[in-house]
Ligand binder design. Structure first.
Ligand code: FE2
Length: 367
């Protein structure tokens, strides 16, 4: 066979491909509890990670997720156990479901309990140890599926302080007060429209925004929830807070890939259907209700996990007879970063590329 490959696919006159939306699915609290029980009873794995991915039936290898960009993993650390160190270029946010433990992330030790949320920045060494008498259970969300699809998911697991890939490397000399090489490289505007030229050093010495592990203790977050639950009936926004990590700047994320929000919706609350190219995964902390997604009804309750908004699926959520709180995770910052976050806040309004076109309003000002 020849090494010369003819890589051409004729798309002359072709229409855009119709997208295959993943279907909404619910993973029930009962099934999640059974899986947690199974993980508790496993012999301890060598790396200490008792873990199960929650995989959507339409997911394909590599990079199995619950949404195309997002994996969701159930993790258990039994009493007295801890895990090996891990370093990877995917980012994570996690929520503690039960028990208690310490997440060691970089130089920080974060002691967490039920419904606390925290983030693990990419490339920070992290590990977990149970500090209580009960199994410590957490859900983690990561962008590993994207990196696996790109075949660039870097991950290494190790004992000790120095990651294996760093063991035979020479650190760059400290810069001290010497000016940056990029300051000597060209940076010049060449057109009235703003087009510039940059020299190479601009590519390898990007301005740093420090990426830190942050902790949102539920006890503190809960204190703010009545203020959104009590917004007047007829409020047409969402009753929630973003767990905001300032390192994500205008992308309003909890990590550079995801925002996590915690909501508090009063009984019998609903809104006009909307859609967005970001996918949304809801984990229900309390209450019950139903969602309409692309015309199909999904009933859910506390402890269920729902792919509540497959990217670009029209959806609306309705609380039942009790207050509903959910942790919602969306790959919103990821899409803003690549200008692909399209949003239609109400089904009768235009589609807007959020972040590069003026956004939407709620009726908060007129309540
Ligand atoms: Fe939504």
């Amino acid at each position: 066979m020849s090494d010369i490959y003819k890589p051409f696919v004729d798309v002359s006159g072709a229409a855009p491909r119709e997208q295959t939306k993943w279907s909404s699915i619910i993973v029930s609290k009962e099934d999640i509890d059974l899986e947690i029980e199974r993980l508790i009873n496993l012999p301890k794995p060598a790396n200490g990670r008792r873990a199960a991915l929650i995989v959507h039936p339409q997911a394909t290898l590599p990079g199995l997720g619950f949404a195309p960009s997002t994996d969701v993993t159930i993790n258990v650390v039994n009493p007295g156990e801890s895990t090996l160190n891990l370093r990877k270029n995917s980012n994570m946010l996690e929520i503690c479901l039960s028990g208690q433990g310490v997440a060691v992330v970089g130089k920080r030790e974060i002691a967490v309990q039920k419904w606390d949320v925290w983030n693990t920045p990419a490339m920070q060494v992290h590990s977990y140890r149970n500090t209580g008498q009960q199994p410590w259970v957490r859900l983690s969300y990561s962008n590993a599926p994207v990196l696996e699809k790109l075949e660039v998911h870097f991950a290494e697991e190790f004992e000790g302080d120095v990651p294996p890939a760093d063991r035979n490397t020479t650190p760059a000399a400290p810069r001290g007060d010497v000016s940056r090489a990029r300051d000597l490289a060209l940076r010049e505007q060449i057109g009235d429209d703003g087009a510039h030229l940059l020299g190479y050093e601009w590519l390898i010495d990007i301005d740093v925004v420090e990426s830190k592990p942050l902790h949102w203790p539920y006890a503190k977050v809960a204190g703010y929830l009545p203020s959104v639950e009590d917004l007047a009936k007829g409020y047409n926004g969402r009753r929630l807070f973003v767990l905001y990590n300032p390192a994500t700047e205008r992308r309003n994320g909890t990590t550079h890939s995801f925002f996590a929000t915690i909501s508090s919706s009063p009984p019998n609350n609903s809104h006009v259907p909307h859609r967005h190219s970001s996918s949304a995964i809801n984990y229900y902390l309390r209450g019950h209700g139903h969602s309409m997604v692309e015309g199909r009804r999904f009933d859910w309750k506390a402890g269920d996990l729902l792919l509540s908004a497959p990217g670009w699926a029209m959806h609306a959520h309705n609380s039942g007879s009790e207050t509903v709180s959910s942790l919602t995770v969306q790959d919103h910052p990821f899409h803003i970063g690549i200008e692909s976050l399209i949003w239609q806040e109400r089904s009768y309004e235009p589609i807007i590329a959020l972040g590069s076109q003026p956004g939407f309003e709620s009726n908060r000002g007129s309540l």
